[in-house]
Design a protein around this ligand. Structure first.
Ligand SMILES: N[C@@H](CCC[C@H](N)C(=O)O)C(=O)O
Length: 332
């Protein structure tokens, strides 16, 4: 049986998008895990240039919802959400169903998605809802500071003598620290990220996405992320959304709710808007590119065994446009 996948990315956070409806029977969870572990490997060991994960698209189980997205990290673990991935799934489902404004089922919520104006020629963009938000330690799977129920802009002495962290689930777990430029680019993020995702530590036994954030100016931040199940990534959409929320909550002197925030990352940029609903709940809009790089086809049996020699690929040409867009950002 042949499997067709689309190599996609949002801000360089790259995935293989796999539509399960192409099969008579969906792949088992064990096969999806094995497929992700195989094809995502980097440095020539995976399918083409590998990936940060696999986005599994399927029919929604809920009425009035266009489709369902599951997220399998590069290490085969399943994540509850993926902001950059959701934009590409929104584009895929929207194009297939000729709709621009609809909902997609994710693990914990049916999220609003919408096509927006292209970021540049051949750089299509989508806006997606990031929610639900909670600071609750139990939901985060966090055991820090004598089992504190929340950690908001506080030191976690076991992790670092100097940095202050905020822990927030959106709904996947994030640990965020506002830092200076030297710390942003230094080794500390890798040290904490590796440690918190080693599966042995007592603070986040199930792992956590760790981000360092530098404030560049009013409503302008840079976010660098070490992702659970992946490692260093070009960008993490839920991390940029969680970082924007913490920026608004902790920097009220220079920003507020409902304002557009410019978020730069190692792979490009996105825009975010942080909202507080009538019910006091926070939610974010994440707006960014949804790029389709290439269409790849190969026999499923070979993909599951890690043999990519029979794979064929058709480039879309969108990656060149995206790289031009990023080069122009640097000049701006
Ligand atoms: N890159 C994603 C997040 C993917 C899930 C994450 N690795 C986790 O395990 O929580 C994004 O854009 O949000």
């Amino acid at each position: 049986m042949a499997v067709k996948m689309i190599k996609v990315h949002g801000s360089g956070n790259d995935f293989y998008l796999l539509d399960q409806t192409q099969f008579q029977a969906p792949l088992s969870d064990a096969d999806l895990k094995q497929l992700a572990i195989n094809i995502c490997k980097r440095d020539g060991a995976g399918l083409y240039d590998g990936a940060d994960g696999v986005l599994v698209v399927d029919k929604s189980e809920h009425p009035q919802v266009l489709g369902r997205m599951r997220v399998i990290n590069a290490d085969g673990t399943e994540a509850s959400m993926c902001g950059n991935g959701l934009r590409t799934v929104a584009r895929y489902l929207g194009t297939q169903n000729s709709q621009e404004d609809f909902r997609v089922q994710t693990m914990y919520a049916d999220l609003k998605v919408q096509a927006v104006a292209d970021f540049a020629a051949h750089v299509p963009a989508y806006s997606v809802e990031i929610s639900p938000v909670t600071f609750d330690a139990q939901t985060l799977g966090m055991h820090a500071n004598n089992d504190a129920t929340t950690i908001i802009n506080e030191k976690i002495p076991a992790l670092s003598a100097d940095l202050k962290f905020s822990a927030v689930a959106v709904p996947n777990p994030h640990l965020i620290a506002f830092v200076d430029h030297d710390t942003l680019v230094g080794p500390e993020l890798g040290r904490i990220g590796e440690w918190m995702n080693d599966g042995k530590n007592q603070i986040f036994p199930d792992g956590v996405n760790v981000s360092f954030v530098e404030v560049l100016g009013p409503n302008s931040i840079f976010v660098r992320t070490f992702e659970r199940g992946v490692g260093f990534t070009n960008a993490c959409g839920t991390a940029m959304s969680a970082s924007s929320l913490m920026y608004v909550l902790l920097h009220q002197e220079s920003t507020d709710f409902n304002q557009e925030i410019h978020v730069t990352n190692p792979g490009g940029m996105v825009k975010t808007v942080v909202h507080q609903g009538a019910d006091e709940e926070y939610w974010m809009e994440l707006i960014g590119n949804a790029t389709f790089v290439r269409i790849v086809t190969l026999p499923l049996e070979d993909a599951l065994q890690g043999d990519y020699s029979p794979a064929t690929a058709t480039e879309t040409g969108e990656q060149v446009a995206y790289e031009d867009f990023v080069a122009n950002l640097a000049k701006a």
